[in-house]
Design a protein around this ligand. Structure first.
Ligand SMILES: [Zn+2]
Length: 190
């Protein structure tokens, strides 16, 4: 079974900014947010690095439902579960794909996609099999993209107190200029 991720697994409503900041600080309290391989494995997320097009989509995430045979514990042999004939269970399989050629730090892509997997209404709510593109067109996605970026910024940039410029934020936290800009807007709007 997949351990429930930090926070709710899917939100019927878009997350508010305060909630995004709260979720991000919960994650930082538990993990070093740069240890994405460890975090992915802790949460049963398949993390794939793939050399895609240069400067194009930084990553995407998807959920597939896999059918597993249903197993029950055997009373006589607790170590050997017993297959229930004809019994199937549907389990979600979460994947995050990172384009190693995008020029965007991996952790940044990871948390952006994490947001979509577990918090975007467009994710779990809408269909069983969805594929999300990092840079997507359309006004519908626009708000959700902004939230995913805010979330990634909040996870990777805990504070901008001592930073005077966007460049300093990039330097200190190893994020792209775009995310540093997002962090600055996020914290200065508080
Ligand atoms: Zn996105």
């Amino acid at each position: 079974m997949l351990e429930a991720p930090i926070g709710s697994i899917s939100s019927p409503m878009p997350l508010r900014r305060e909630r995004i900041v709260q979720l991000a600080s919960d994650i930082r309290a538990r993990y070093n947010p740069r240890e994405i391989d460890y975090i992915a494995s802790e949460h049963g997320i398949v993390l794939i690095r793939s050399a895609g097009a240069v400067g194009r989509d930084a990553g995407f995430a998807y959920i597939e439902f896999v059918r597993r045979p249903e197993l029950i514990e055997s009373l006589s042999h607790p170590d050997r579960p017993v297959l229930v004939w004809g019994g199937w269970r549907k389990e979600p399989l979460y994947s995050i794909v990172i384009n190693t050629n995008s020029g965007i730090p991996e952790a940044e892509v990871f948390w952006h996609e994490w947001y979509h997997l577990f918090h975007s209404p467009l994710g779990i709510q809408r269909s069983e099999r969805f594929e999300h593109r990092y840079s997507t067109d359309g006004a519908l996605h626009h708000q959700e993209e902004r939230r995913a970026e805010e979330f990634a910024a909040a996870v990777l940039v805990p504070s901008i107190e001592d930073c005077m410029t966007i460049f300093e934020i990039c330097e200190r936290f190893g994020v792209s200029e775009r995310l540093a800009d997002r962090a600055m807007k996020l914290y200065s709007s508080h």
